[in-house]
Design a protein around this ligand. Structure first.
Ligand SMILES: Nc1nc2c(ncn2[C@@H]2O[C@H](COP(=O)(O)OP(=O)(O)OP(=O)(O)O)[C@@H](O)[C@H]2O)c(=O)[nH]1
Ligand SMILES: [Mg+2]
Length: 343
């Protein structure tokens, strides 16, 4: 990270980190390039920004006539409470899990490299949904060049392995290495779970690189029907020296699938907030979701950008307030709160 960057650049970088929509990310990158001080010390970063602008522009342009790339965009627009990408070695059962969890029609095959494109799907959990994105495999021999772009909007990763296949002892470190080369780090730090020791991060991060991507990761030990030893995944993690939270499941029998929604809800620290219009009953079927630490203002922004701009106060019903309590825009929301926005 170069020193002497302007506050203007810092602001653009901050906005880039927060942006989730590909088009918004592109705008932020352009702003970063516009505001970055142009001197030797920022040469690398300038080049990096330019490469990313080029890649994203191509992604957003879609199929090119007569060009090498054809077909749909590889970046999936986030929907639902959070986006989680399925990453793993070939044949681990990513697509099988995806079809069972989301009802998608992702291709399944008994041979490696069945999946070629990202496939989105929604996993229902209580009254919300998580978006799961099935992806092609990552192996020592091959990783789709666009896979890193597809990971950018994700809130987390499901690292899927075939627990009955001893090869996963080599596959997992290879995947971590390949992603790391592209500045993507799979971490144990889930916002809603107790923070593990700093040194468990794969790399020190005093000098934050704006393009470094840390993705909280859960290890999914699939094909438990082929290896019924419940301790297997613990042994694997010990052998691999990893501390990801882990879930054991079988896409074949359906065992363990039910636990994923509850895990994601807790691990991501999702907070559901219901809204109502003054003088009307609660609109309690479809909540808005924010992360723990979210405020009344954050919810207002999800309802409508203009409401967030003109928000005066809210009335709130919930566990932490008395019924109809008046609260300011900065008031923290908790799961199950009902709010009435006044603007
Ligand atoms: N016994 C058993 N077989 C499974 C399970 N999950 C998937 N399979 C089988 O494993 C093979 C690969 O499944 P896929 O879902 O295509 O695996 P994938 O990880 O998406 O594979 P790629 O797209 O090539 O990366 C298929 O023959 C599946 O039927 C499981 O839980 N148990
Ligand atoms: Mg697949």
């Amino acid at each position: 990270m170069p020193t002497n960057v302007t506050p203007e650049y810092k602001k653009a970088e901050e906005a880039y980190r927060k942006a989730r929509e590909p088009r918004e990310r592109l705008d932020c990158l352009r702003e970063m390039l516009r505001t970055i001080p142009k001197h030797k010390g920022t040469d690398h970063l300038q080049a990096d920004i330019k490469t990313r602008i080029k890649q994203l522009t191509e992604e957003l342009a879609g199929p090119k006539k007569g060009g090498r790339r054809s077909g749909p965009s590889h970046v999936v627009r986030p929907e639902g409470a959070a986006q989680l990408c399925l990453v793993g070695p070939p044949n681990a059962g990513k697509s099988s899990l995806h079809t069972r969890l989301t009802g998608s029609r992702s291709d399944i095959g008994p041979y490696p490299f069945t999946t070629h494109l990202p496939v989105p799907g929604m996993l229902p959990y209580e009254d919300i949904h998580f978006q799961l994105v099935d992806l092609p495999p990552v192996s020592g021999d091959y990783m789709e060049p666009w896979l890193i772009n597809a990971l950018q909007p994700a809130d987390g990763v499901l690292l899927v392995i075939d627990v009955s296949d001893p090869d996963c002892l080599e596959q997992v470190p290879t995947i971590l290495e390949r992603l790391k080369e592209k500045k993507v780090f799979l971490t144990t730090d889930w916002p809603g779970l107790e923070r593990k020791e700093r040194e468990e991060r794969q790399e020190p991060s005093e000098e934050e690189d704006p393009f470094r991507l840390d993705l909280p990761t859960v290890l999914i030990a699939n094909k438990s029907d082929l290896d019924p030893d419940p301790e297997e995944v613990k042994i694997l993690e010990e052998l691999l020296g990893l501390r990801f939270p882990a879930l054991t499941m079988s896409a074949k029998t359906g065992d363990g699938l039910d636990e994923l929604g509850a895990f994601l809800f807790r691990a991501l620290g999702i907070v559901r907030v219901y809204t109502k219009t003054p003088g009307k009953p609660a609109d309690s079927d479809k909540p808005f979701t924010v992360h723990r630490g979210g405020t009344v203002l954050d919810v207002a922004g999800l309802v409508h950008k203009d409401i967030a701009k003109t928000l005066k106060f809210a009335r709130m019903w919930g566990a932490e307030v008395f019924d109809g309590q008046q609260v300011g825009p900065d008031h923290l929301v908790s799961d199950g709160d009902l709010i009435e926005l006044h603007f």
